[in-house]
Write a protein that binds this ligand. Structure first.
Ligand code: LMG
Ligand code: NDP
Ligand code: PMR
Length: 394
C-alpha cells in the first residue's frame, strides 16, 4: 500500500508531461501484480493507453532506433525507444544489461523483478537514467504472477520489442528441494517453466512489434553444455527420458528432477539451463520463419561475482572469482557481461536466429556449438510439450 501511495503522484505527473509511460509501469507493476487496488486501475490504464500513442511517439533519438513514423522525411524520422523486458534485472547480469541499454537512450528497459524495492534501489545506485527504465513486478516462481505480469504489460499499451529471459536461481547447497507456488522444483520451475510460460504468452506481443529486429533472448550457460570442461564438472546436466518432468517435477507425483533422479540442486540448475537452450531453438524452429523474430541464447562468460552464488558455501564464494580470473580465465565482470547481453538485444549484426552466442578472449562474439543434448531437436520438442502441460498451455 505504501508503495502505491508513493508511486501514484509520479505516475500521474509522467502523464501530464506527456513524456513517457515508464513511470506508469513503475506504478502499475507492483500494485496490480500484488492484487492491490484493482478498483481504480482501469481508469489509469485508459489514460495510459491514450498517452502511449502521443507520449511514446513524441520521443526522438539520434540513431537508428525503431522507427514509428516511417513516412517522416528522410533524416527527420520520428523515432521511439525500443521496449525491452528483462527478467531478474535487480542484480548481476540483468542489472548490468538494463544499465547498458538504458544508457544508450534508445531503450526503455522494463525491469521485471520479484523484489520491487530492491530493483528500484539497484537501478538508482547503478545510476540508470530514470526516464529510460521502469519496474514491474514479476515472480517467476508463480505462474499466476507470470500471467498477471503479462496482463499488466498488455494493458499498459507499451509495444514489446525484445524479451530477455535472464532471471535464475541456483541452489547448490540445498539438501532438500524447495518448490514454486505451483509445486515445481524451484530451479527448473523458475529458470525454465516460469520463463517458458512468460515467453509463450508474450510471443504475440513480439509478433506485433514494429521494431526492425524483435528478439526473444534466453540466457544459457556453459555449465549446461557437456561438450566443455566446465560442463563436465559434476554433477553433469542430463535430462534423461524426462520422466520427472512428465510427472510434474515434485516428490509427490514422481521426482523433483527432470530425469527422475534424486534431488541435486546443482544438477537441477544445469538441467534448467539445458531447457533454456533447447527452448530457444524450439522457438526458432516453430516461429522464426513465420514471424521474423530473432531467437537467441548466450553464454556471457563466467560472471563469478554475482548473486547467483549466494547460496554457495563462503569458501567457494571467496575462491571462485580468483579461480576463474587466474586459472580458467573465463572470468568476466558484471559490466562487461551486461554489454555482451546488450549486444545480443540490440546489435544490428546479431540478428541471426537460433544462435547460441559466446565471446572469445578478445571479447568478440561468435556462434558457439551446443552440446549434443542441448541441441537435440527431439528432446527440445519433448521439453516443449511436457512444459506446455505443466504451465497450463495444453
Ligand atoms: C558439486 O561438487 C557438489 O557435489 C554438488 O552438490 C554441488 O554443490 C556442485 O557445482 C556445485 O558441486 C563440485 C566439486 C566437485 O567441486 C568442488 O567442490 C571444487 C570446488 C572448486 C571451486 C573452485 C575453486 C577452486 C579453488 C582453486 C584455487 C583458486 C585460487 C586462485 C588464486 C589465484 C591466485 C593467483 O568438483 C570436482 O570433483 C572437480 C573435478 C572436476 C572434473 C572436471 C573435469 C576434468 C578436470 C580436469 C582438470 C583440469 C585442471 C584445471 C585446473 C583446475 C585447478 C583447480
Ligand atoms: P543473479 O543472482 O545476480 O541474478 C539473478 C536474478 O534473477 C536476480 O535479479 C533475482 O532476483 C532474479 N530472480 C530469482 N528468482 C526469481 C523469481 N522467482 N522471479 C523473478 N526473478 C527472480 O545472477 P546472475 O546475474 O549471475 O544470473 C543471471 C543469468 O545469467 C542467469 O540466467 C544465469 O543462469 C546466467 N548465467 C550466469 C553466469 C554467471 O557466471 N554468473 C554464467 C552463465 C549464465 P533478486 O535480485 O530478487 O534475487
Ligand atoms: Mg566451473 C574453462 C573452465 C571453466 C569455466 C569457463 C567454468 C565456468 N568453470 C570451469 C572449470 C571448472 N569449474 C573446473 C576445472 C572446476 C573444478 C575445480 C570447476 C568447478 C566449478 C564449481 C564447483 N565451477 C562451477 C562450480 C559452480 O558451482 C558453478 C556452477 O556450476 O554453477 C552452476 C561453476 C561455474 N563454472 C563456470 C561457470 C560459468 C559457472 C557458474 C555459472 C553458471 O553456469 O551459471
Amino acid at each position: 500500500m505504501a508503495l502505491q501511495a508513493s508511486f501514484l503522484p509520479s505516475a500521474l505527473s509522467a502523464h501530464k508531461e506527456g513524456k513517457t509511460v515508464a513511470k506508469d509501469s513503475v506504478f502499475l507493476g507492483a500494485p496490480l501484480s500484488d492484487h492491490l487496488k484493482s478498483d481504480f486501475s482501469p481508469l489509469l490504464l485508459r489514460t495510459k493507453r491514450a498517452n502511449v500513442s502521443i507520449g511514446v511517439r513524441a520521443q526522438t533519438t539520434a540513431t537508428a532506433a525503431p522507427s514509428v513514423n516511417r513516412s517522416a522525411p528522410e533524416g527527420k524520422k520520428t523515432l521511439r525507444k525500443g521496449n525491452v523486458v528483462i527478467t531478474g534485472a535487480s542484480s548481476g547480469l540483468g542489472l548490468a544489461t538494463a544499465k547498458a541499454l538504458a544508457e544508450t537512450g534508445k531503450w526503455n528497459v522494463i525491469m521485471a523483478c520479484r523484489d520491487f524495492l530492491k530493483a528500484e534501489k539497484a537501478a538508482k545506485s547503478a545510476g540508470m537514467p530514470k526516464d529510460n527504465y521502469s519496474i514491474m513486478h514479476l515472480d517467476l516462481a508463480s505462474l499466476d504472477s507470470v500471467r498477471q505480469f503479462v496482463s499488466n504489460l498488455k494493458r499498459s499499451g507499451l509495444p514489446l520489442d525484445v524479451l530477455v529471459c535472464n532471471a535464475a536461481v541456483y541452489q547448490p547447497t540445498a539438501s532438500e528441494p524447495s518448490y514454486t507456488a505451483d509445486g515445481f522444483e524451484m530451479s527448473v520451475g523458475v529458470n525454465h517453466l516460469g520463463h517458458f510460460l512468460l515467453a509463450r504468452l508474450l510471443l504475440d506481443e513480439l509478433k506485433e512489434s514494429d521494431h526492425p529486429s524483435p528478439r526473444l533472448i534466453i540466457v544459457g550457460s556453459i555449465t549446461g553444455n557437456t561438450n566443455t570442461l566446465a560442463g563436465n564438472v559434476p554433477p553433469k546436466a542430463n535430462l534423461g527420458d524426462m520422466r520427472g518432468l512428465a510427472a510434474g517435477l515434485n516428490d509427490t507425483s514422481g521426482s523433483t528432477m527432470i530425469d527422475g533422479g534424486k534431488f541435486d540442486g546443482a544438477k537441477a540448475y544445469k538441467d534448467s539451463k539445458v531447457c533454456n537452450m533447447l527452448m530457444m531453438q524450439e522457438f526458432h524452429r516453430r516461429y522464426h520463419e513465420e514471424t521474423g523474430i530473432t531467437f537467441a541464447s548466450l553464454y556471457p562468460g563466467c560472471i563469478a561475482t554475482t548473486g547467483l552464488f549466494r547460496e554457495h558455501i563462503p569458501l567457494f564464494r571467496l575462491l571462485f572469482p580468483p579461480f576463474q580470473k587466474y586459472i580458467t580465465k573465463g572470468f568476466v565482470s558484471e559490466e562487461d557481461a551486461g554489454k555482451r547481453l546488450a549486444q545480443v538485444v540490440s546489435d544490428p549484426s546479431l540478428t541471426k536466429s537460433g544462435v547460441y552466442w559466446s565471446w572469445n578472449k578478445n571479447s568478440a562474439s561468435f556462434e558457439n556449438q551446443l552440446s549434443q543434448e542441448a541441441s537435440d531437436a527431439g528432446k527440445a520438442r519433448k521439453v516443449w510439450e511436457l512444459s506446455e502441460k505443466l504451465v497450463g498451455l495444453a
